[in-house]
Write a protein that binds this ligand. Sequence first.
Ligand SMILES: O=P(O)(O)OC[C@@]1(O)O[C@H](CO)[C@@H](O)[C@@H]1O
Ligand SMILES: [Mn+2]
Length: 467
Amino acid sequence: MTERQNSLEGITDLQDTVTPFGVQLRAKYKRTGAYSTFNDRVPVILTRVIDSLSRDKDEIVKKYGKSSSEDVKQVIGYISKLKNEIVTNKPLIPLICVPDESPEDKENIKMWNDYLEERTKIEGKVPTWYNTVVLYAECYSYRRVIEGFKLTKTLRSYDPFAKLKEDSFDGSTASAIAVANYTLGQVERAQQASSAELKHELAKFLRLSLWGNRCDLSLSGGAENGQIGNPLELLNALEKDLLVDDSNFVWDVLTKAQKKGGQVLVDIVLDNAGYELFTDLRLATFLTAHNIANRIRIYVKDSPWFISDVTTNDFHWMIERMNGLSNPDLNQLAKLIKGYLESGAWSIEEDTFWTTPFPFMEMSQRGPTLYAKLSEANLLIVKGDLNYRKLVGDVNWEYSTSFLEATEGFLPTNFVSLRSIKSNTCSGLKSEQGQYLDKIDPSWMLSGQYGLIQGTIDACICSKTSS
Ligand SMILES: O=P(O)(O)OC[C@@]1(O)O[C@H](CO)[C@@H](O)[C@@H]1O
Ligand SMILES: [Mn+2]
C-alpha cells in the first residue's frame, strides 16, 4: 500500500460507491472520477508543475531576472505543500492577502475566503478536499496554484501550463492544416451557399468543435493529448458516440434572429487552448464569413485554469503561431481572424466569474453583470466538460432529467453546450440510454468518448435583436 493510501485511511467519510443520483459530486465517493481527481490527477499535475519549474529554472531566470531564482524555489515549496494538503485530506484554508495586493486581487481573495466560510456553514465543518463538493475543491486547487505564483515578486503572472498548451497545438498542426483548408474553402463559397448547405455545414462545424473538446489536458494529467488524423474524415465514425444532437436548434435560433433584422450576437465561452481553440475559431469563422452572426464575443479565462483552458495570451499565441508556420492555409486563416478582431466583429472577453467555483445557476446572483451581458446575445455556445458541470450544478442527475431542469434556472439566453463527457454528470438522455451505457461501458462518463450538442431546446426565448 502506498503512503498516500495509508494517509487516506483516516478519512472516515470515504465511501466505496458511485455518487447517488440527485447529489453533487464529491471525491469521497470512491467509484467516481471525482475520487481520481484528488487521488491521481491533481497530485500528478502538481508534480509536473514542480518538475517543469526545476527544469526551466535557468530560462525563467533569464526572462524574469536574478531574483526569480528564489521565487522559483518558493513556488516549488508552496506547490509541494499544496500537494501534501491534498493527499492527506487537510481542511481547505483561506487565501493569503499581502499588503500590496491590487484592488481586483483583494476582491477576488475576499470572494474565495467568504465562500470558504459559506461552505463551512453549509457543511457544518471546514471543508476538506475529499469531503466537500468536488466542483469547489477542484476549482480551489487551481486557485491555489495561482496563489503560489501571486505570492512571489517576479512570477506573479507566470503561466505554469503555457508550454503544455503550446506543445498541444504544435502536436496537432497536421489536423489543423486539414481543417483550415476546408474552412477556407467554405469561406470562399460564402456567396453561393444555399440555406440547406449552410445548415448542413453548421452541423459539421459544431461537431468539429465538440470533438475538439476531447483534447483537454487536465483529464490526461497534463500528458500530451492533441488531435491526430484528419478530423473531417473521422466525423462519420464519431456519429455513433454523439448522444444528443441539437444542431437544428442552433440553426433555428440563429436564422430566426437573422430574420428579425438587426445584429445577430453570438457569445462563445471557450474551454481549452491548442487544437480545441482552433476548432472553436473555425466555427466562429464560419458564422462570421457567412453573415450568420454579425458579432461574436469570445470568453477566455483571466488566469491559468484546469491546465489547458484558454487565456488571452494563449489566444494570441495561437494566432501568431498560425501566422508563423509555413503553411499558406494556416497563414490565411490567421489573417482572417486578426481582421475579425481588428474590425470588432470579434472580441476577446475576460470575466472573473469563469474562474470561480460557482455553478452557473448562481451567476445571476454572484455575477449579475456577466449574466446581463450574456442575455444580450442571441445564442450562447458553452464549451467543454467543466462548463457543463457548472451548467448542471455538478449534480449526478438521473440521465433522463431534461437539460433545462438540470440547469436550474440559468437561462440568460438560448444556449448550447458542446461537450465530450468526462465527468459523472449527464442530463437530457433518452430513456434507458444512460442505463444501457452503464451496462456496456462502466467508464463511459469519464473517457471523453461520448459527446453532446445539447441546447435549451424546450425553453421559449424569443429571438432578440441587438443593435
Ligand atoms: O472542461 P474540460 O477541459 O472539457 O475538462 C476538464 C476535465 O478534464 O477536468 C476535470 C478532471 O479533473 C473534469 O471536470 C473534466 O473532465
Ligand atoms: Mn478545460
